[in-house]
Design a protein around this ligand. Structure first.
Ligand code: SF4
Length: 326
């Protein structure tokens, strides 16, 4: 948070408006699972074997120059250069690296990369055993996640979880999961509505009007448990306030190039970060004028807005300070 605050002050002082906070680095789209609701393996099925060369992946982080790099995919632990990529980002570039993983290949990775204050894991877990194994379409994955969370905590790594709430997810199950993950000692939990990828047609996602009920309950749980969602974003999900989107705060680089305009929707892939910026009308997406933005409450776009607006409203800022201190 200190590094992020410093970075944002520098950018604002320099008069920059559209700067990235997080780079979503997808070095590959291949995965060892085929989860229900995953847009990546559908959108990139023709290029699923492609991987970004190591130098290009490290260069992408320098190009965006965001303080946080989220290595995702696909399953990032299947990337053949995952160890030197992680080490290069941490040791040479001093980025805060988050590895978003389904946990299946974690044991091999932690034998090669030591704990660091710059490294955290984000484990995908969408419900208790029956639900999660159904979502990932394989028995035993929930138990693997639990075993890996215990292993990571034993070895001193920072561990967060990322859980998607679908239409069928009950409020009771969300509560049960949050309590269970807390008992495992995780450092934080992100609970978000499912992303409606433009390439998917299934009806498993929450509609805007269905979100408030589910997320009022999540907001109540946040008073007691370590949820990463900020209180302002939870108010938005609970339907108690509106937010604009800041898609430029989370930029995506994958084997095809820089994906624009945002993590969720694709107008094109661009050769350079600069080209992607120049091709994108950020004000159009900030005000959610695109029809594809209609049901979107994607955390990366809206938490970016919360971060950018920190300090503008005293009451909100105080709630944010309390959130980060708790
Ligand atoms: S509202 Fe959603 S789909 Fe639209 S630009 Fe923001 S993150 Fe992308």
């Amino acid at each position: 948070m200190i590094d992020l605050g410093r970075y944002m002050r520098q950018k604002k002082r320099a008069g920059e408006k559209y700067f990235p906070i997080v780079l979503m680095l997808e070095p590959l789209h291949a995965c060892n699972l085929a989860c229900v609701g995953c847009g990546r393996i559908v959108e990139y099925k023709d290029t699923i074997r492609d991987q970004i060369p190591l130098e290009e992946a490290l260069g992408a982080a320098q190009e965006a120059d965001a303080p946080i790099v989220s290595i995702c995919g696909g399953e990032p632990l299947m990337y053949k250069h995952i160890v030197p990529l992680t080490q290069g980002l941490i040791e040479q570039q001093k980025r805060h690296v988050m590895i978003c993983t389904n946990a299946i290949l974690l044991e091999r990775f932690v034998r090669q990369v030591a704990p660091s204050p710059y490294l955290s894991f984000n484990i995908h877990i969408d419900g208790m055993r029956e639900t999660h194994d159904r979502v990932v379409d394989r028995d035993g994955v929930f138990d693997t996640c639990v075993r890996m969370i215990r292993l990571l905590k034993d070895k001193g790594y920072r561990v967060q979880t990322n859980s998607t709430v679908f239409r069928e997810t009950s409020a009771e199950e969300v509560e049960e999961l949050i309590k269970f993950l807390t008992s495992l000692g995780v450092d934080g939990m992100l609970v978000t509505p499912g992303y409606h990828y433009q390439v998917l047609t299934n009806d498993i996602y929450l509609k805007s009007e269905e979100m408030p009920n589910k997320f009022r309950h999540v907001r109540d749980l946040a008073k007691e448990y370590r949820l990463i969602n900020t209180p302002i974003y939870l108010d938005y999900l609970a339907g108690d306030r509106d937010l604009t989107c800041s898609p430029w705060t989370t930029v995506t680089r994958n084997p095809q190039g820089w994906k624009g305009p945002c993590y969720l929707i694709t107008n094109g892939h661009y050769k350079s970060f600069r080209e992607m910026h120049e091709a994108t009308d950020w004000e159009f997406y900030r005000t959610r004028q695109d029809v594809r933005c209609r049901d979107c409450k994607l955390h990366s776009g809206f938490e970016g807005t919360v971060a950018l607006e920190f300090g503008k409203n005293l009451k909100d800022s105080w709630r944010m300070v309390r959130h980060y201190m708790s």
